[in-house]
Design a protein around this ligand. Structure first.
Ligand SMILES: Cc1ncc(COP(=O)(O)O)c(C=O)c1O
Length: 659
């Protein structure tokens, strides 16, 4: 098993003292227990210090000498000293917030120096003159040990190794029902013994309860909150799909207003139905050339906040599936000024806190809630997500009631353990792994462009015109590739990559492929992808005409609350008449379901929304197109594609929405 390496950086401008400290501390590390491979390195200037923490991903903590700048200052020495040490600490924590910072105090000083340093997020201090190398090492090692703790995973492992007899659920009873079966023992062998032994239930009290955590789950969540810069963190085992719904039901009573990007994930739209919220849909920007739906323009958001000061919450997706990132802080500030809570769906951005290239995160930008699919971009099992909370008015009781309403009473414990591990990994080696991912991203982008046929779309190519001046940024780990010159349709290309080159991509539009790089991307995978694209390029096929996905019609009137419309029985009405012509009689009727073509996954209709001629034509065009598009929400009555619509009688009983 690979052993960790950890370096601790000592910053001291007095060379002799630095040398003495490094020697003393390394001797202590050698002579004492050292499970994390701690060693000490030193630099004498702030410049070198910042360079080291940027380049060396194995640095886990920093010890800053408070006399660092004394030699450079003249006149009011203590003031300069205080400010200099402070600004260095601030720079370090801004760059890598996961690092622990300690101050080495040279001598007894005015209280204000220590006070000022302590108002920053420093973890402690040592008096230099004590020369207590073993004591310093012990504390630094203990601090690292604390970060490396995985309370839930440790307890789960411990329980499995205790080998207790199971007289409880699950029925496979630690895999014993499968192990000796001539019929299904291969399932046991395939997944392996520990999958079954660790598949336990709430009957085991020492594993705590996800429904009411007070033990190891509570502890694991507390460490996660600190790591992700939140006041509170909750583990969710039903994905961000459920996390979004839990937050909606906590913040929004029926009829209360929610501002939302129409392009939000479908779980957000389902959350609107479940909570009974009154949604105010905001149209996202769109890049027509590549069918990429981007952020909601900043001005649209600011206007909506102004027009709906009675709104209770705003939800946005950051970053989008294609990697477009909002300039969140001013939007959040505007929402807060109107008393609107901000929820950021960070399903695709759970790693962002651990490398400055991706920050600020939603929490750092001031959001009240962030939901993250830890499983999408970090080392957690599928469906394992986190909810981070920063809301000063957080109603924990209500949150808990809603959380428990959605959570299975039999959560999968390996998922909880994987959240504990994913947090540990990203906290301890996230910076290093993300730096490598960024490096691979740059390499891959260059290699793809060098094929001369495939081209990576950069921010300027992806940005819709409406948001050109909104300070939008691109998460480079989402790589969107223009395939229009390769001579394959997108479906053919995906198949070719899969069948011939064993490559499965993330998603596509009619003329793009999107590749997702994560901390699990390796140089070998990058090489194989490059090789495949190069070979395909060399085939020299003539470019094909590609079917362009029509733009989704703009949002029409929302006549009734989505929840009210959804719970009507409704009636099925065909989109086409007997002559296979567009059924124009649907114009003006109200839909009871959410109709979402995938791709792009944006609802064309939501429950309660009025149907127009344009919407019907769009849906029919989609159904008739040669390109396969999943049409979620369309019902087939025999061969006829139908929509579930409100009946005239049902409409009479519903209250019309006033915007
Ligand atoms: C923006 C967004 N939010 C939420 C989700 C749902 O996440 P999960 O798969 O964890 O339920 C997705 C899934 O694709 C998503 O794209």
């Amino acid at each position: 098993m690979k052993k960790p390496i950890s370096r601790i950086l000592i910053i001291n401008d007095e060379k002799l003292i630095l040398k003495e400290f490094i020697k003393g501390l390394n001797a202590a590390a050698k002579s004492m227990e050292n499970p994390f491979g701690i060693s000490f390195i030193g630099v004498t200037t702030a410049h070198e210090a910042l360079q080291s923490i940027e380049e060396d991903g194995d640095i886990q903590a920093v010890v800053v000498d408070d006399r660092l700048y004394t030699l450079k200052s003249e006149g009011k020495r203590s003031h300069d000293l205080q400010m200099s040490a402070l600004s260095l600490v601030q720079k370090i924590t801004r760059f890598r917030p996961e690092l622990n910072i300690y101050i080495l105090i040279a001598q007894e000083q005015a209280d204000e120096v220590v006070d000022a340093l302590f108002s920053e997020t420093v973890d402690g201090y040592f008096y230099r003159e004590e020369r207590d190398y073993r004591g310093i090492y012990r504390i630094l090692n203990a601090q690292l040990q604390d970060k490396a703790r995985t309370p839930f995973y440790d307890q789960l492992k411990h329980y499995v190794l205790m080998a207790k007899d199971s007289w409880h659920t699950p029925g496979h009873s630690s895999g014993d029902s499968l192990r000796d079966s001539p019929w299904v023992n291969d399932f046991y062998e395939f997944f392996g013994e520990h999958v079954f032994r660790a598949d336990l239930s709430v009957s085991v009290p020492m594993l705590d309860s996800l429904m009411e955590p007070t033990g190891v789950i509570a502890e694991a969540q507390k460490i996660a909150a600190k790591a992700f810069g939140a006041r509170r963190t909750f583990f969710a085992t039903n994905g961000t799909s459920t996390a979004n719904k839990v937050i909606f039901q906590t913040l929004l009573a029926p009829g209360e207003k929610l501002l939302l990007d129409r392009n939000c994930h479908k779980s957000v739209h389902h959350g609107v139905v479940l909570s009974g919220a009154h949604p105010v849909y905001l149209d996202s920007s769109v890049n027509k050339k590549f069918s990429v739906y981007g952020p909601v323009p900043k001005q649209t958001l600011l206007n909506a906040i102004k027009e709906h000061p009675d709104a209770k919450a705003l939800i946005l997706t950051n970053c989008t599936y294609d990697g477009l990132r909002y300039d969140l802080a001013p939007i959040i500030q505007a929402a807060h000024a109107s008393g609107i809570k901000v929820i950021i769906d960070e399903a695709w951005y759970g790693f962002a806190r651990f490398h400055p290239a991706f920050r600020p995160t939603a929490m750092e930008a001031g959001a009240d809630y962030a939901t993250q699919s830890t499983h999408k971009v970090l080392s957690a099992f599928s469906q394992s997500s986190m909810i981070h909370v920063n809301d000063a008015d957080f109603n924990e009781h209500l949150f808990r009631e809603n959380f428990n309403m959605h959570t299975s009473t039999s959560p999968q414990y390996s998922m909880i353990a994987s959240l504990d591990i994913a947090r540990k990994q990203i906290m301890l080696e996230g910076y290093k792994l993300l730096a490598r991912t960024l490096e691979l991203t740059t390499e891959l982008r260059m290699q793809i462009n060098s094929t001369g046929v495939f081209q990576v779309l950069e921010l300027a190519d992806l940005l819709p015109d409406e948001v050109k001046h909104d300070n939008i940024q691109l998460d480079p780990t989402k790589v969107t590739v223009d395939i229009s010159r390769c001579g394959f349709t997108v479906e053919e290309l995906i198949q070719e990559l899969f069948e011939r080159y064993n490559i499965q991509v993330e998603k596509s539009t009619f003329n793009t492929l999107t590749l997702l790089l994560t901390i699990g991307t390796t140089r070998s995978k990058v090489s194989r992808l490059y090789d495949a694209l190069m070979r395909i390029s060399r085939e020299g096929r003539a470019p094909r005409r590609l079917y362009m996905t029509p733009e989704i019609p703009r949002f029409t009137e929302l006549k009734y609350l989505p929840r009210d419309a959804f719970y009507c029985g409704g009636e099925l009405m065909p989109l086409l008449d007997e002559q296979d012509k567009i059924n124009t009689s649907l114009d003006g009727r109200v839909c009871a379901d959410q109709i979402t073509p995938y791709p792009p996954g944006i609802p064309v209709l939501v429950p309660g929304q009025t149907i127009t001629q344009e919407v019907i034509s769009y849906l029919v065009g989609m159904l008739r197109s040669q390109k396969h598009v999943e049409a979620h929400g369309i019902v087939h009555d025999g061969y006829l594609p139908c929509l579930r619509l409100l009946t005239v009688a049902e409409e009479k009983n519903l209250k019309k929405l006033v915007i």
